[in-house]
Design a protein around this ligand. Structure first.
Ligand code: NAD
Ligand code: LMR
Length: 330
């Protein structure tokens, strides 16, 4: 089989970190051949063409074809997976929501082009920030494509949360499971460890031994560290995360395509009212992937303390939705 993958922003930083891993089979598995469509704006075409030359020089056995274009009709033609990365990154002192005015207008036309040209079963992953609301804009413009096929990346936040727990508990990161990111990919997100485990044991119990008051530690240390990690990276390296973002994108799309089994992960997907999140918002939830589709895992019953934090992030998503409505983007 051959899968067609469209990558927007292919000439940018994350694009460069993604392309070679996709070509190597890290995203869709070692047996799946890939056709790549690299969609850029004219200013990014030369960088994308350079990456295409290097893809050729990589002699990747799974890579059948690479096309570089600035025409969305060509870029999304036959796409089975569309990775919407192309968008401006934020700089120091900005919140991701500050990018709405600059980036929001990219996603409506791309949603429409996906509806017109992509494969009937297309799956769309939005990485460009603010990712949740950009996904909402793209889904709203993609007439005829079910909104359930759109997701936004919060896997980077989940991976960060697992990394922080591993460090705090002095445990291998591979032993940490069951962390959920709720809400927005922003500083209001709620990384939830209530059902997380370390080597099968509740993380909560292990944290209680280390910190005494788990909630106090979560509020003072863990939640801000995870939720503001993007800003920390920008401050330390001078520009926003790239390789970790590409890695999380690979994790997210691979799980979506190949399935998670019983394992839970996090993704921002359309709400049908689950956990009281207003219908139609693209919010991060606990999810599993079954037969190529994201499914929200229900019945986890957040307590009042968690509920308050989920509600805060969801309220920000409502504000972003209202803002893009006011801008005429949905
Ligand atoms: P970058 O500036 O290096 O690259 C962006 C690329 O997108 C550029 O080459 C640009 O020409 C291209 N582009 C702009 N508009 C386009 C359009 N309409 N169609 C196609 N291509 C277009 O930025 P980057 O570091 O690769 O980051 C890309 C985006 O990903 C940013 O918005 C960033 O904030 C976001 N991001 C999200 C996460 C996440 O977890 N969701 C993590 C890291 C970065
Ligand atoms: C991240 O989380 O690293 C990205 O969303 C980039 C950013 O602006 O923080």
């Amino acid at each position: 089989m051959t899968t067609t993958v469209t990558l927007t922003g292919a000439g940018g930083q994350i694009g460069y970190a993604l392309l070679f891993r996709i070509a190597a089979g890290d995203m869709l598995g070692p047996d799946e051949k890939v056709r790549l469509r690299l969609l850029e704006i004219p200013a990014g075409i030369a960088a994308a063409e350079g990456a295409a030359l290097e893809l050729q020089d990589g002699a990747f056995g799974l890579l059948e074809h690479v096309e570089v274009t600035d025409d969305p009709a060509v870029g999304f033609d036959g796409a089975d997976h569309a990775l919407l990365v192309g968008a401006r990154p934020r700089g120091p002192g900005m919140e991701r929501g500050d990018l709405l005015a600059a980036n929001g207008s990219i996603f409506g036309p791309q949603g429409a082009a996906i509806a017109a040209h992509a494969a009937p079963g297309v799956r769309v992953t939005v990485v460009g920030n603010p990712a949740n609301t950009n996904a909402l804009i793209a889904a709203a413009a993609a007439d005829g494509v079910p909104a359930e096929r759109f997701s936004a990346l919060t896997r980077l936040d989940e991976n960060r949360a697992r990394g922080q727990l591993a460090a705090a508990l002095n445990a291998p990161v591979a032993d940490i499971a069951g962390v959920t990111i709720w809400g927005n990919h922003s500083a209001t997100q709620f990384p939830d460890v209530a059902r997380a485990t370390v080597a099968g044991r509740p993380v909560w119990d292990a944290l209680a031994e280390q910190t005494g008051d788990v909630r106090a530690w979560l509020d003072s240390t863990f939640i801000p560290r995870v939720a503001k990690r993007g800003a920390e990276i920008i401050q330390v390296r001078g520009s926003s995360s790239v390789a970790s973002a590409a890695n999380a994108t690979i994790d997210h799309v691979r799980d979506g395509a190949l399935g998670t089994g019983e394992r839970r992960t996090s993704a921002a997907v359309i709400s049908h009212g689950e956990y009281g999140v207003p219908e139609g918002l693209i919010s991060s939830f606990p999810v599993r992937a079954v037969d190529g589709a994201w499914q929200i895992v229900e019945g986890l019953y957040p307590d009042d303390w968690a509920r308050e934090r989920i509600d805060r992030s969801v309220a920000e998503l409502v504000e972003e939705r209202d803002a893009v409505r006011a801008l005429g983007l949905i």
